[in-house]
Design a protein around this ligand. Structure first.
Ligand code: DC
Length: 271
């Protein structure tokens, strides 16, 4: 981190964000203890860094991971979209859940990859975008079952590690990123929230996006059942890594979560 030298005040007021050298510019205002609004420091994250974000569904993981990556100027890897794409391929190619060999062959043949020029990066298979397809209800309904197929997990975990070699400054989001995929990640975060809050958020989202009224108690029961299933799965189970910082988002809004994570990254990455 480079501290601003007050004798060399910038002629132009800087705004927070990623600067041309890949550092993250922070403008410190009086509310953060700075003497004047022009105090600037650059939070330099130009070294390779892997930040993992894991946790159950409904904690806002994906939104949080994207926002954090943008704020820090890092790439983002949404590993759930890879499992979703594999499930979409299985449905579209009529591959049953127990046809592991066929599943692997077709997923391999699809040359699953990301278009890193898109923001956020867009998942591609068979040379076309799967970004929309993977959000359709038939995929959402079955993806967790396909995500339990060990051979598929092995393949996708290998791909995730390769991606991190090409994108060494990355926020990687999923269920097993800190525990299995990147056990040596410099920063591991585990997002959590109570089942009550997650059910309420899901219900609000369904109302907002699909104008559907839901029974929050039923949603909570489904969430609890899925948590139990995710945590007891023999492969790629959802676990909180021992060295992860746990952030409970139940009583925090999105900005508060991002601020908290940003501070954790600063502390852990010692910048
Ligand atoms: O986060 P999501 O809803 O897009 O994830 C889709 C499915 O994939 C979900 O059932 C959890 C599973 N998943 C997984 O098992 N491991 C990951 N690293 C990411 C997602």
């Amino acid at each position: 981190m480079a501290q601003h030298d007050s004798s060399a005040r910038p002629t132009q007021r800087l705004s927070p964000g990623v600067d041309v050298s890949g550092g993250v510019v922070e403008v410190l205002g009086p509310s953060r203890g700075a003497k004047s609004l022009d105090e600037v420091r650059v939070f330099r994250l130009d070294q390779p860094i892997v930040i993992t974000i894991d946790g159950p569904a409904g904690t806002g993981k994906s939104t949080v991971a994207h926002r954090l990556a943008r704020r820090l100027g890092l790439d983002i890897l949404d590993t759930g979209s890879m499992y979703r794409t594999a499930a979409a391929i299985a449905i579209d190619s009529k591959i049953e859940l127990d046809q592991h060999k066929r599943l692997l062959e077709v997923v391999r043949a699809s040359h699953m990859t990301f278009n890193w020029k898109a923001q956020p990066p867009e998942i591609i298979a068979f040379g076309k975008s799967y970004a929309r397809r993977i959000r359709e209800p038939d995929v959402t309904a079955v993806v967790s079952q396909y995500a339990g197929v060990r051979e598929l997990r092995d393949l996708l975990v290998g791909m995730q590690r390769e991606i991190a070699k090409d994108h060494p400054r990355i926020v990687s989001e999923g269920r097993d990123q800190g525990s299995i995929v990147f056990p040596n990640a410099q920063v591991k975060i585990y997002l959590d929230a109570s089942a009550d809050v997650r059910a309420r958020r899901r219900s609000e989202q369904l109302k907002r996006e699909q104008n559907v009224d839901t029974d929050v108690n039923k949603l909570r029961a489904e969430i609890e059942a899925r948590d139990a299933n995710d945590k007891s799965r023999p492969f790629g189970a959802l676990v909180c890594p021992k060295d992860a910082a746990v952030v409970d988002t139940s009583d925090l809004d999105l900005d508060q979560v991002i601020d908290r994570l940003y501070e954790i990254v600063r502390e852990k990455a010692r910048v």
